[in-house]
Design a protein around this ligand. Structure first.
Ligand code: SAH
Length: 372
């Protein structure tokens, strides 16, 4: 069910493996799973209400299920996939959580409270195989995919630290890893985010960011109607090949042919493009003009992110004047553009700084999760 997930210890007293986690299943999948187990499938929505709606993880406390089912669930399934290992709070209110999985792997999630909304940025892999030249996660290498329970438990753990009366209103898949390389688990997690008895988020409050694994993009959007963000960073293959090595496999022509064919993209639901501005690499006025030309005819919004510097890369952001000029050039080219205010950089929580510094899982358990 979850290739790559570590085997859990046997359930004490029964000898039965407790690898199964209730949070690996969307309510619809749980209904099927319970039915197969000879358990009452129609209870799945109630269980989702307890796990996600009320944050109750002990099946024995799910008081509107009959006693027998509660005991069965407690004996057969885990319900928790992550523990909070460490929290850092930035001066701007951003909170980074380091979370520990059952096999000792560490991942990060970043909570970004604003006036109207609370956004959680979540991870989909331990590390990342794509090695983009400006990204700290890329430089730590790839350990494994997260399972669905580990993706949704990032919400369960991080919401516990929110002040009374605040809740997570938006989720962005912009943490560690490439979501489209872990698609089935990501889709199942999104179903849990959207299900009214679970987190009940509107689809447009969920954004999946991809480096541009072209064939997987329609596969994602056919299954869940979320926002799509594409990490572009360059408007020519020559520059993009250097920044985003996977561009050699899915070059711009193929990526944009795919994007243009998406039936879900419209002026109301544009594609978001992230463009990390890097000094002397992709920040010239000519780069902006190329970008405007590339995006012509496709409903789009560009999010410019001055690169957040980190210890694994010599690359740097341009100054504010260069960034402003770049933005002006795009706007003149008719492209809706925002310049992202970076949040959380004093705690290494900003885009591209997620790499689990300083705290290592025991190596024998983590399979070399941290290589720094
Ligand atoms: N793999 C997915 C999800 C990660 S999202 C993707 O590439 O979209 C993280 C976003 O932060 C991506 O747009 C990524 O390109 C950007 N990013 C990575 N390193 C960065 C850095 N050092 N400064 C600013 N943005 C960075």
């Amino acid at each position: 069910m979850n290739p790559g997930a570590g085997r859990g210890p046997a359930h004490p007293g029964t000898g039965r493996s407790m690898d199964e986690n209730l949070k690996d299943y969307s309510p619809i999948a749980l209904r099927r799973r319970l039915t197969r187990e000879g358990l009452p499938g129609y209870r799945a929505d109630q269980i989702a209400g307890w796990l996600y709606g009320r944050g109750v993880e002990d099946p024995r406390a799910m008081t509107d299920l009959d006693r027998d089912l509660r005991a069965q669930l407690a004996a057969r399934f885990r319900t928790r996939a992550l523990d909070l290992e460490h929290l850092s709070r930035a001066s701007d209110g951003t909170v980074k959580g380091v979370l520990r999985a059952g096999d000792g792997a560490l991942i990060e999630a970043v909570l970004i409270p604003e006036e109207e909304r609370v956004t959680l940025c979540i991870s989909t892999q331990v590390g990342c195989p794509l090695a983009c030249s400006f990204c700290a996660t890329g430089s730590m290498g790839f350990t494994r995919n997260l399972r669905t329970a580990e993706i949704v438990d990032q919400l369960c753990r991080m919401r516990e630290i929110l002040p009374e009366g605040r809740r997570i209103t938006n989720v962005v898949f912009m943490g560690m890893g490439e979501p489209l390389l872990n698609l089935p688990r990501v889709v199942e997690a999104i179903r849990i985010l959207l299900h009214p008895k679970a987190f009940g988020l509107a689809p447009r409050r969920v954004t999946v960011s991809t480096v541009g694994i072209a064939p997987k993009i329609p596969e994602l959007l056919e299954q869940v109607p979320v926002n799509l963000a594409v990490s572009l960073h360059a408007a020519t293959d020559e520059v993009r090949d250097r920044l985003v090595p996977i561009n050699r496999r899915f070059p711009l022509a193929e990526l944009f042919a795919t994007l243009r064919r998406l039936p879900t993209v419209s002026q109301r639901h544009p594609v978001f493009f992230e463009y990390t501005l890097i000094e002397g690499v992709n920040d010239a006025p000519e780069d902006a003009r190329n970008l405007a030309r590339l995006l012509r005819g496709i409903p789009s919004k560009v999010n410019l992110i001055p690169m957040n510097p980190h210890q694994d890369s010599p690359l740097r952001p341009p100054g504010p004047e260069v960034a402003g000029r770049f933005m002006g050039e795009l706007v003149r080219g008719g492209i809706t553009t925002t310049l992202r205010r970076s949040r959380g950089s004093d705690i290494d929580a900003a885009c591209g700084q997620l790499a689990v510094r300083g705290r290592r899982p025991p190596l024998d358990q983590a399979g070399g999760a941290t290589r720094r």
